[in-house]
Design a protein around this ligand. Structure first.
Ligand code: B12
Ligand code: SF4
Length: 511
């Protein structure tokens, strides 16, 4: 079949401000297996430009695809854009199948199929195997009922088949790197870049996490094969920066160490950036030099809060002392730390926010990212928040960078001022500025300066948007009225074999 993968342009800061684009790994991950099945596959990446709707559709029509496949890593916040583009695609290509996949449609399939009755299928959970079966069924005109991990209209009503099993061996499927021109993609200040993924999922229990349940079980690729792929991308395609998509790549100490050693053995000079947990950094204190040697330049650590009570509420399973220690250890190895700090998990007063700021400064991270709590309906945290009022009704702004839930103690403008103040105070304190002025390692100096350049643009852009575009003040709905009822019973999107996964068992396995 002739298949078109479409990456739509997302209005979020992560897509628009950097003026650099990363390849859409989710779409490339389903593209690889489809090419291997003998299909003709093409990708249109609308993030460049960004590409206007009409241009994107015109290019699609010219290709005459049998199936058009939509997905976006902005997920929930990207959904309104996908809905618009897919509707136009349906009108322009009446004979093509239209398919949608990713995190948001995995959970919102009922609402999406009801609102967009012309969609041919939604792929729920990870897509590699399910999409192969789906396309084969389209080709053979076979019924979809027997394919696990789908949702579609059956007798005019939204219907889902059983959840698909998790992919046990991630190396069974390859990424369709040939779908992109590597020269177009960059990150980290103009360096050729890709997104890669060593592992999927996370064994921890944070109640607000929208990803853990989606991947259902923590799994990792073969450490040596994964290192080999990175080296191949570097040598064959000149890729310099590898942005890890993993939620928690270091969850398994042994495979993680094996990967670091395998990459060091490849003897290449690359930049690796990723996210992990502070307690893994502290756990690996004795071999953090391997992180550095492999190429890690920055870790984002989701600290989320500096208040022990809030950390307990969201079951982060972390301690503020560990967060502090992780930052210190990373600095000792010349690896930058980025701390994320989230406003609004629970009601906060000016005093709480001031205390948070003081504590963040005392952690002394190199970079901070201040975000707003953004509850996903399929997480346990949603139940905690479902009675709270919504102050942002534009779903494209449910992107962690806009306040969506009201706070009883302060109006949106005051929380906004606090968040901007916290960002500025952390990034402009003398110690941080001294590191901006001088750092012994040129690569790290480049990374620090790039982040400040980006931060400056984001900071002013957000102030402008808050004043003139965002309209964060309507309190018409509670969270449950706006988003729908809690869906935490369906949090795990896939199954482990025939049994539903239990997170406790996974934690034991990872050890
Ligand atoms: C790398 C990344 C980015 C990069 C994007 C680079 C790019 N071009 O993709 C950058 C830094 C630019 C970014 C920005 C943003 N991101 Co981001 N990002 C990620 C991250 C870490 C990895 C994405 C990824 O590649 N995953 C690996 C691939 C293999 O997984 P996948 O995309 O889900 O695809 C699989 C399935 O979902 C499915 N599938 C997906 N699409 C389709 C389509 C079809 C047709 C089918 C059949 C199947 C299918 O099959 C795939 C293979 O199994 C994720 C967290 C994560 N681990 O996924 C967050 C994440 C996707 N980002 C998120 C957010 C909110 C954003 C921003 C809105 C932030 C902001 N305010 O700017 C923006 C949006 C713009 C954008 N371009 O995405 C959230 C989305 C939350 C949600 N559930 O709605 C996530 C989940 C982070 C989180 N922990 O919550 N992001
Ligand atoms: S540690 Fe991160 S990825 Fe793991 S459950 Fe918590 S928030 Fe999710």
């Amino acid at each position: 079949m002739r298949i078109l993968l479409v990456n739509v342009p997302h209005p979020a800061i992560g897509s628009r401000i950097p003026k650099e684009q990363l390849p859409p790994l989710g779409l490339l991950s389903i593209g690889g297996p489809l090419i291997d099945d003998g299909h003709e596959v093409r990708l249109i990446d609308g993030e460049f430009g960004p590409m206007p709707l009409e241009t994107l559709v015109a290019q699609a029509v010219e290709y005459r695809p049998d199936a058009v496949l939509f997905g976006h890593s902005g997920s929930s916040s990207g959904h309104p854009v996908i809905a618009r583009y897919a509707a136009m695609m349906r009108r322009s290509l009446p004979g093509s199948k239209i398919v949608y996949g990713g995190v948001h449609p995995t959970y919102f399939w009922r609402e999406i199929l009801a609102a967009e009755p012309w969609l041919d299928a939604i792929v729920r959970g990870e897509g590699e195997e399910t999409v192969r079966r789906l396309i084969q069924a389209f080709e053979e005109n076979a019924p979809l009922d027997a394919i696990e991990g789908l949702a579609f209209h059956r007798d005019g009503v939204p219907f889902a088949t059983a959840a698909a099993p998790v992919i046990r061996n991630l190396d069974d499927y390859r990424i369709g790197w040939e779908l992109i021109d590597h020269a177009r993609y960059s990150y980290w200040g103009g360096k050729r870049a890709v997104v890669v993924q060593f592992s999927r999922g996370c064994p921890h229990l944070c109640t607000y996490c929208g990803q853990r349940g989606f991947w259902t079980r923590w799994r990792h690729r073969d450490p040596v094969l994964f290192a080999r792929e990175i080296a191949w991308l570097h040598r064959e395609h000149g890729v310099q920066v590898f942005n890890f998509a993993d939620e928690n790549p270091s969850a398994g100490r042994k495979p993680w160490k094996a990967f670091l050693e395998a990459l060091i053995a490849e003897n290449i000079d690359v930049t690796l950036v990723g996210s992990t947990r502070a307690d893994d950094i502290v756990r690996d204190a004795e071999f953090l030099h391997l992180y550095k040697q492999a190429g890690f330049e920055r870790f984002l650590m989701g600290m989320e809060n500096t208040d022990e009570d809030t950390l307990r509420l969201i079951r982060k399973g972390a301690k503020t002392s560990t967060d502090r220690e992780a930052i210190r250890l990373l600095r000792r190895h010349n690896i930058l730390s980025m701390a994320t700090w989230v406003a609004g998990f629970s009601e906060q007063t000016d005093r709480d926010l001031f205390r948070g700021l003081k504590q963040l400064i005392s952690y002394d991270p190199d970079q901070i990212q201040a975000l707003y709590v953004t509850p996903h309906r399929w997480t346990p945290y949603f139940r905690e928040a479902e009675g709270r009022e919504v102050v942002q009704v534009d779903q494209t702004k449910w992107d962690y960078k806009h306040q969506v839930l009201a706070m009883q103690c302060m109006p949106p403008w005051r929380l906004f001022l606090w968040v901007k103040f916290i960002e500025a105070a952390c990034q402009l304190r003398p110690r941080a500025l001294l590191r901006w002025l001088w750092h012994p390692e040129p690569k790290i100096q480049h990374a620090i300066r790039w982040y400040y350049r980006m931060g400056r643009r984001v900071w002013f852009h957000e102030i402008f948007s808050f004043l003139f575009r965002d309209h964060a003040h309507r309190r018409q709905f509670t969270l449950a009225e706006f988003v729908g009822q809690a869906q935490d019973a369906e949090e795990e999107a896939m199954t482990i074999g025939k049994r539903p996964a239990t997170i406790a068992r996974l934690a034991e396995q990872v050890g």
